[in-house]
Every structure is written in C-alpha cells, then in structure tokens.
Design a protein around this ligand. Sequence first.
Ligand code: BTN
Length: 328
Amino acid sequence: MNLSMKDKILQHFLQSKGEPISGQQLADELGISRTAIWKHLQTLQEEGYKFITIKKKGYQLVAAPDRVDAAKISSFLKTKRFGYSIHYFEEIDSTQSYAQKLARQGAEDGTVIIAEEQTGGKGRMQRIWHSAKGKGIWMTVIIRPNILPHQAPQLTLVAAVSVVMAMKSLYQNFTPEIKWPNDILINGKKCAGILTEMLAEMDRVDGLLIGIGINTNHELDDFPEDIQSIATSIAIEEKKKVDRAELVAEILKNLEHFTDEYVENGFTSIKTLWEEHSGTIGKRIKASTIRETIEGQAIGITDEGVLEILLDDGQVKKVYSADIEIQN
Ligand code: BTN
C-alpha cells in the first residue's frame, strides 16, 4: 500500500472506529517521534479532520471531511491486490486519461485512480460524463488479466456485475439493474455507467481501464437540468447519504474476485450473474444503432457480450453497440 505517513496515521484513526489512540502507541507502531505524529495531526486538522485530546488516553478523531482518499478507502479494503495503489485527486480532467498514462508506465494490476471532481469526465460514445464535486465515485481501475483482446468486452460485463452486486450488498431500499451493455439503473433512471478502454497489441492485452462513474450523493438539483428526468443517485433512492469509500472498497473486492473467477473458469458464471441482474433480458426494447433502429425482445447476450434481439418476424439480430430504450 503506497500510503504516506500522514495517511497511515489517519488510517489508524479510521480503523479505531472512534476509540482514542495514544501518541506514544502511534509513534511506536509507525517508527517516528511523537512530535512528528503531532505535526501530521496538525496537517490533517488543516484538511478538515478534527481531533480532540482525551486525558491519559490520547487523541480521538471526532470529525472527518467527506472524501474518498487513499486512507479512507483502505480502512474498508478487503482485497488481496486491488486498491493497494491509489492515486487520489481533488480535481482532475478525467481519471480515465490519467490511467492511460499510468498504465503505459507499468502501473500494477488493481491500481485505482479516483477524484472528487472531473472537469472533463468521459462517457461512452464520446459523451460528456457529469462528475460533480464530492457527489459521486469517479474512478478508473487498471486491471491486467491474462486474456486475449477479443475477450475484453466480457470484462466490461464483469465490471457491471461487480458494481451492481456491491450496491445490493450495501443498500436495502432499492434494486439496481444492469441495462445492456453496462449502465446501472434504479427505478428506470441512470445511476452509474462504465467505460472500458483497452491497451493491447494484436495478440495480447496489456491492460484494461475500467472507468466507473456512480452518482452517489446527488440531490436532484445537483444534476444539470437536461438530465434530471433520466438520472438518479444512490442517496435519492436509498433516502440517505452513503459512504463513498465503503462502496469503492466493496466494488474493488467484487472486481478482484470476479476477474479472477473469469480468468480461472471462463465466462459462464459471469454471464449467468449478468443476466440475473439485468433489467434488459426478457423485455421489449428499442435499440438505436448508428445505422438503424430495431425493435424486439431482448433474449440474451452471447459469449462476446453481444445483445440478441428477437424481432417480430422471428429473426434474431445481434447488436454490438447501441442505445437501448426499454419499452413498457
Ligand atoms: C457511460 O457513458 O455510461 C460511462 C461513464 C463512465 C464515467 C467514468 S467516471 C470515471 C471514469 N473517468 C471518466 O472520464 N469516465 C469514467
């Protein structure tokens, strides 16, 4: 874990769940002086953390700013490799672009790039991804599975399954559904999207950049007016603010687990999970591709992650890339 000393101190406090920790104990465990500990606590206070001193017991963390930084995420982390290298930004153009650079420089499997705000967030099909400050999870995970280039679309589905199952395990008041290929909807409105990019040679995948955008703590007014009728957030649906770092850690756990499962045992179990959590399969849909608009019943996905639509004349059409509208 590439945590700075300040973040290591913070991690101790976050893991102590509100219990006081003595300065001497911290100094001993981290191998630095008590004065150095005190200086780091001052810096943390300047960043918005609040500590009080409790006689004979030490320092107690009583307030923390709402941030998704490395120390906060790692206090929830239950993975073997993912999330051990976290690059955190207050503001960035796009975590996806930064991940491209890091991946080319050899960043390790499971490296996370995460920001409070993106000024140039990228969506699928060259769209803009609205990434308001402190309201969502805007992150890219660099993964390096040993797969062939044609298998990459299947890993987008692995990512969608990981996100939807993380939401299901943490929140009880709504049921998220995957809309092909990898949107996550709650009550028919978009809550999260996934953008996968690949670094590859003809016969070898060097890395995949799994870009995950989740609207977590938005009120309706936080969305631009033109998307207010089609977008939602977890807080709106769950009816309470969520801890973004906890959700990030849960997603990383699933992403690591399902990527390993995919590499070891193939696509079958992932495909089943994807279909189980999908709100598209079995529904009548309208698919707009760049060439045409097709209407019919979504009957399944192929091993390539391609959507199969049963047309009214009995033909089955395969759709590789499209915007989908689910009909009533
Ligand atoms: C979509 O169009 O549904 C995909 C949206 C993906 C957005 C995420 S936010 C983190 C990462 N960085 C980006 O610029 N885009 C992805």
